[in-house]
Design a protein around this ligand. Structure first.
Ligand code: TNX
Length: 502
């Protein structure tokens, strides 16, 4: 008999002999109250059965100190025990339990099993670009829930880009007053009030995610120039930008007007003007106070409109400003070319699984500096890529479309030669939103490929577990279809996956 399907694959899973456990209305959940409430809600969504939370019960949840985020789950015919090493571990054990529940005739059961599980990487992220298309708070919360179900623990919010500024700041009110009003294609804009942002941070924390806010600089800043013309250089055009405008429309970027196209690399902050650094200090100072998590993302990608020496000067100063605020800067890998970055700066690699154009050198520079990397190889975990030529949503620049198999079939330690497992802080799957308008678009691009990224981030390395193969993954992820449907996740029913119909 094949093992029960769990995604991301656990460190260890064994079938038990006495089972299954039947989930019915008389069953009670006992132990840690937050966890019990979360489990009752998950099981009710999945089965329609309402379980009671009580002082004693057949489903026992508790915390017993151990490795961070780890848990143990045992199921036999008499009961279920989930023991988390901390609140996050217990929460992850519950997510696993939710995946194990299945319909058996007129009943709901959980197969007899023993699972011990812990994450491979400490940082397991998703990024949502709320600049190209603004996404309301409810959508962000829904994405947090979806990501948490796959044991993701970081939400990176791409809060600014050429097309708009999405976070209200008391020190710089013009940003949202003047530069948040639209999205790509003239779609509605928007921004998070300070209270909205706090609400997102609190909601994420309740699902054991930190929020990593990104203000992308010194490129991707056309919208900053709409609010503060004195900080922005005029747009720098190139043949590639002209080509993108010809293919996708949106017009030529014009100073003082919100940009509604999807070309990149034409904007830059003024590097030699001290007012730029006053702006940076205001923005990151306020974000540091609003953000309990340890990281502030400073961008640094595709600054094609900035002279390379100026780019280095800028990234050095900005990472220093963030470090002085007591936060750890994260920058896209291009910043690795700046020799004097704050040494704690974490690099986020977005090149291909087989690096091109020296992108791996730029990534290695962060490690040589004494810091670590987050891996987001674009031809594997960029969730905004099309699945195949026929996918209506998405882009295809990252080595062409990205099938589910391509999203799955890579190994984090094989990407950047010469770095060790301990040099990798984690894995993050970005979702850029040039073509993404709402939650149903997010679902269709992120599911099932986010499950593949989550497995790269959480599960044992390829070659060390029989579960860490495409053959195993496609079966296991296919078994999640009924759960995803009951949670309202509008996944893409890719023909690569044998979807289970309940
Ligand atoms: C590249 S890769 C970008 C984004 C785009 C994305 C679209 C990187 C750090 N930047 O500006 O939105 O491609 O796929």
């Amino acid at each position: 008999m094949s093992l029960p399907a769990v995604v991301p694959a656990p460190s260890s899973i064994e079938s038990g002999s006495s089972g299954p456990f039947a989930v019915s209305a008389g069953i009670r959940i006992t132990g840690d109250v937050d966890a019990a409430t979360a489990l009752a809600a998950l099981l009710e969504a999945r089965t329609g059965v309402t379980l009671q939370v009580a002082d004693e019960g057949e489903v026992a949840l508790r915390i017993e100190a151990g490795e961070p985020e780890s848990y143990r789950l045992t199921v036999d015919d008499a009961g279920v025990a989930v023991v988390g090493a901390d609140a996050a571990g217990l929460f992850y054990g519950i997510q696993t339990l939710g995946q194990l529940v299945r319909r058996a005739g007129g009943e709901w059961t959980v197969p007899a099993v023993t699972i011990t599980d812990r994450p491979r990487f400490a940082y397991r992220g998703v990024m949502l670009d709320v600049a190209r298309h603004f996404q309301p708070v409810e959508t962000v919360k829904a994405y947090i829930d979806r990501a948490a179900g796959l044991k993701i623990n970081a939400l990176h919010l791409h809060l600014s880009d050429d097309q708009g500024w999405r976070i209200q700041l008391a020190s710089r009110p013009e940003l949202t007053e003047l530069a948040s009003g639209s999205s790509i294609g003239g779609d509605p804009g928007g921004y998070y009030t300070t209270d909205d942002y706090r609400e997102i941070v609190a909601y994420a924390a309740s699902r054991h995610l930190i929020v990593v806010p990104e203000i992308d600089m010194p490129g991707h800043t056309h919208a900053v120039g709409v609010a503060y013309p004195e900080l922005a250089e005029p747009p720098v055009m190139s043949d590639e930008i002209e080509r993108v405008i010809a293919e996708f429309g949106g017009g030529v970027p014009t100073p003082g007007e919100l940009y509604q196209g999807l070309a990149v690399g034409f904007s830059s902050l003024k590097i030699d003007d001290e007012r730029t650094y006053e702006f940076v200090a205001d923005v990151f100072g306020e974000l540091a106070r609003l953000t309990p998590g340890p990281y502030l993302h400073v961008g640094g990608d595709e600054s094609l409109g900035t002279d390379p020496d100026d780019f280095a000067v800028f990234m050095e100063r900005v990472t220093g400003i963030v470090a002085d605020l007591g936060k750890t800067p994260i920058a896209w890998h291009e910043a690795g070319s700046a020799p004097g970055l704050d040494p704690g700066t974490i690099g986020q690699y977005w090149g291909y699984t087989t690096p091109l154009d020296g992108m791996d050198d730029q990534a290695r520079a962060f490690v040589a500096n004494g810091s670590r990397l987050i891996l987001s190889p674009a031809d594997a975990v960029y969730l905004d890529m099309k699945y195949d030529e026929s996918t209506a949503l998405g882009l295809a620049w990252a080595n062409g479309p990205t099938s589910v198999e391509a999203a799955y079939s890579w190994e984090p330690s094989d990407i950047i030669a010469g770095i060790d497992e301990s040099d990798i802080l984690g894995v993050e799957a970005p979702l850029w939103t040039e073509t993404v308008r709402d939650l149903s678009d997010i679902d269709a691009l992120a599911f099932p490929r986010l499950a593949a990224a989550a497995e790269a981030a959480w599960s044992p390395a390829t070659g060390t577990s029989e579960l860490r193969t495409w053959t195993s993954f496609r079966e296991r992820v296919g078994a999640l279809a009924p759960l995803w449907t009951s949670l309202g996740i509008g996944f893409h029913a890719s023909t690569e996956i044998p979807w289970v119909v309940e």
